[in-house]
Design a protein around this ligand. Sequence first.
Ligand SMILES: Nc1ncnc2c1ncn2[C@@H]1O[C@H](COP(=O)(O)OP(=O)(O)OP(=O)(O)O)[C@@H](O)[C@H]1O
Length: 339
Amino acid sequence: MSETVLRVNNLQTQFQTRAGVLKAVDGVSFEVGRGRILGLVGESGSGKSVTGYSILGLIEPPGKIAGGEVLLNGKDITRLKGDAMRQVRGAQIAMVFQDPMMTLNPVLKIGTQMIAAVRAHARVSRKAARAKARNALAKVGIPSPEERLEAYPHQLSGGMRQRVAIAIALLHSPAVIIADEPTTALDVSIQGQILAEVRRLADETGTAFVWVTHDLAVVSSLADDICVMYAGRVVESGPAADVIASPRHPYTAGLLASVPAEHEPGTKLPQVPGSTPSLANLPQGCAFAPRCAKAGPACTTTPPVQHFEDGRTALCHYPIEPISCQPLSLTSTTYRSAS
Ligand SMILES: Nc1ncnc2c1ncn2[C@@H]1O[C@H](COP(=O)(O)OP(=O)(O)OP(=O)(O)O)[C@@H](O)[C@H]1O
């Protein structure tokens, strides 16, 4: 296991609403090693994005981090405020959003924006900042980077804009990048190219990624490790290949069973039968029990975290026995670099 760069411990993020306190993230823990990619997967509303925003200190009232720690290279960043957090964000930990225009200003040239981003965290000349920006564009596979610096965002395709957003995130060689569904809106072949670049970048630069997605096909081929979230909790975690080959939590098994064999990256994860519960009205005990074929009498009480071989976990009273089955091929493309 590579050196841990991000450790999330018992993170709790809540929103005060008219319906009461919503526990959007309820005791989430995971860690990511240098150069590793963690896939954070689950249905809509499971708490993936709020987890990402919490790590970056981007939760605004009526939301708040109610407990837990986010250790970046061993230092708890949940305690940082204002400027101190802004210094960390962008330099040591960065975000890539689904819509690159969350990062890019439509009325400024790419070069102007990237130079400003470099100089926000480093005392360097404009010339040196421009060279750094050009290198970052080249690193994410953008052809003719010098020309692209002179372009406005609207002059680039969606895929190129997302590559620019990734290049901006990489400018300061952050320890961690949180990526929130950054390829979901893109054409499948462009998505495949970007995922291959991301795998290469993680391997070459050592930047760790937390990759938030609905799409198990993406996770199965891109991620080293998986956390499956349901109703604000991690219900299963472990090495991606092992979890996909032999899920131990009935929810993960349901997600996998609902993925067609020829599932293409970019399509939304089909739903497990039943609907996701309202966070304002969760059942007692296991939140998944009402949808679970394996639910039994114990499920009215909070399930324990079961620890299995190879660091795998499942939050379940009745975990599935390990099976030796053929590895499920969710996609014909793998995004692992050759090294
Ligand atoms: N500002 C907010 N106020 C109240 N509730 C919120 C707020 N932001 C998020 N939530 C709630 O937190 C829960 C988790 O949301 P989150 O966006 O993290 O889910 P997700 O798994 O990322 O889903 P999606 O993939 O659809 O974005 C949801 O029930 C959502 O309604």
